[in-house]
Design a protein around this ligand. Structure first.
Ligand code: SDX
Length: 428
């Protein structure tokens, strides 16, 4: 604890404890405010409300800092791998070589999914959005692994549930894609690493193996690292609150996938490409679209711009922007929308509307350009975000469980009708 805060109201004074984190962040603990004063606080969208104490990810929005378990995102993106980062987020420490090898081996040997999953997949028309298929398949994991329904089972059983979903999510994702394009699915290959196996599942055919380009596999691994966790964002908060009811890990993760789907959150990466394409088709007049983004009467927003926390720059956007140049050059891809994106960023960073509101490119602004260059279709971009965010969701769910946090149940301020008597229908 770090001192006390005082609230004065109607001649009364209430003292509340102040907690301080390891990065000197301070928060007023209002846990006893209602018992003391009958007061609650209100903060739609929780813009200024902490839901928990967490040791997993640290963000500093003003300084553009992002660290997983204390390690800077820049170093992890440059030196680590997605599975190593997944281990770090979930277990709290970087693995030894033996620990990582064992973790990778367990995941590799759980990538296959039960053949009865075809009955679920085949039930989806080709028009089904891959995110809906993905969240359904994750929920269906409870049917195939009923012991996973109880989050209070032994750690070894919970760990197996964790291994299974990290292993199988790429298979679900690729099979959702195959279902959409009407191609036969292919099966995981245990001699491939995590990202190479995903590319094989996505672009391979029963008749011909997909030739894995290491540039593509490495770029994908880096993108997954950059998406792996981001403290209490919308989808992670969803996973934590669903898990707080003691719903299963898979039910909590499926809820997180659905929260991520929204265009204001993980759906933004698809929306950015659709926006850039629209601007290109419209003749590429950047100023015209910037004015639309600033016009309060126009619902258009500059997708991939702005962030609840980052008010300086999103460090992930900087890394992805650099990677976009490198990957497209290495693959010999020329994508006109990349120039439009860079032009939008340059204009926005010098426009008072964006500068005053501290709106900068976020993680979604450039990621879609790389996904597209890797051959991944637009409606799979948010699925890629979900594959990346999975270890973060798991780590946050596990922390909530280990902290024995109470069921999430916010209060409200009622603004409806005061008490009134029932009126018979023939008198209304
Ligand atoms: C992600 O939380 C996370 O950590 C999320 C994430 C993660 O890793 O989990 O980082 C991933 O979701 C990134 C964000 C992806 N979404 C988008 O790119 C969609 C476009 N951006 C926004 O809609 C918006 O910026 C949000 C949703 C990201 C943040 O919204 P806030 O914090 O609620 O801010 P706001 O909507 O209240 O906007 C503040 C002002 C408003 O103007 P005024 O009312 O003050 O005049 O800024 C304006 C907004 O109109 N504004 C924008 C804008 N974003 C905010 N105006 C034009 N274009 C935009 N993109």
């Amino acid at each position: 604890m770090s001192g006390k805060a005082e609230i004065k109201l109607d001649g009364n004074s209430y003292e509340l404890p102040v907690v301080e984190g390891t990065e000197n962040e301070k928060a007023v603990d209002i846990g006893q405010l209602r018992a003391q004063s009958g007061l609650i606080t209100i903060d739609p969208g929780y813009k200024n409300t902490g839901a928990t104490k967490s040791a997993i990810t640290f963000l500093d929005g003003e300084k553009g800092i992002l660290r997983y378990r204390g390690y800077p995102i820049e170093e992890l993106a440059d030196k680590s791998s997605f599975l190593e980062v997944s281990y770090l987020l979930i277990f709290g420490e970087l693995p030894t070589a033996a620990e990582l090898e064992s973790f990778q081996h367990e995941i590799t040997n759980h990538t296959l999914i039960h053949e009865d999953f075809h009955k679920i997949l085949d039930g989806f028309p080709s028009s089904a959005h891959p995110m809906g298929v993905l969240s359904s398949m994750v929920t269906a994991m409870t049917a195939f692994y009923p012991l996973s329904l109880d989050p209070n089972r032994s750690w070894d059983e919970v760990k197996m549930s964790i291994i299974r979903i990290i292993a199988k999510l790429p298979t679900f994702a690729a099979w959702a894609y195959k279902n959409k394009i009407g191609q036969p699915v292919v099966y995981p290959k245990n001699n491939l690493d995590y990202c190479s196996n995903f590319l094989h599942l996505m672009f391979g055919l029963p008749s011909t193996d997909h030739v894995i380009d290491p540039v593509v596999a490495n770029a994908l691994d880096k993108l997954l690292i950059l998406h792996a966790d981001h403290e209490q964002n919308c989808s992670t908060s969803t996973v934590r609150i669903v898990g707080s009811s003691q719903a299963s890990l898979y039910a909590s993760l499926s809820a997180g996938i659905n929260a991520l789907w929204g265009p204001l959150h993980g759906g933004a990466n698809s929306a950015v490409i659709e926006m850039l394409e629209a601007i290109k088709e419209d003749g590429g007049d950047i100023n015209k679209w910037m004015n639309k983004a600033k016009d309060k009467d126009d619902p258009f927003r500059l997708m991939g711009f702005g962030h609840r926390v980052y008010k300086n720059f999103d460090p992930r956007a900087r890394i992805i922007k650099k990677a976009a140049d490198e990957v497209l050059e290495s693959l010999g891809v020329v994508d006109p929308v990349l120039d439009i994106a860079k032009g939008l960023e340059e204009v926005a960073l010098n426009d008072p509307y964006f500068v005053e509101r501290k709106l900068y490119p976020n993680v979604d602004f450039y990621s879609g350009i790389i996904y597209r260059a890797l051959g991944i279709p637009t409606d799979m971009f948010t699925v890629m975000f979900a594959i990346g965010r999975l270890p973060g969701w798991i780590a946050q769910w596990k922390e909530m469980r280990e902290n024995k946090e109470p069921i999430g149940r916010p209060r409200q301020v009622y603004t409806g009708a005061n008490q009134r008597p029932y009126v018979d229908i023939n008198k209304r």
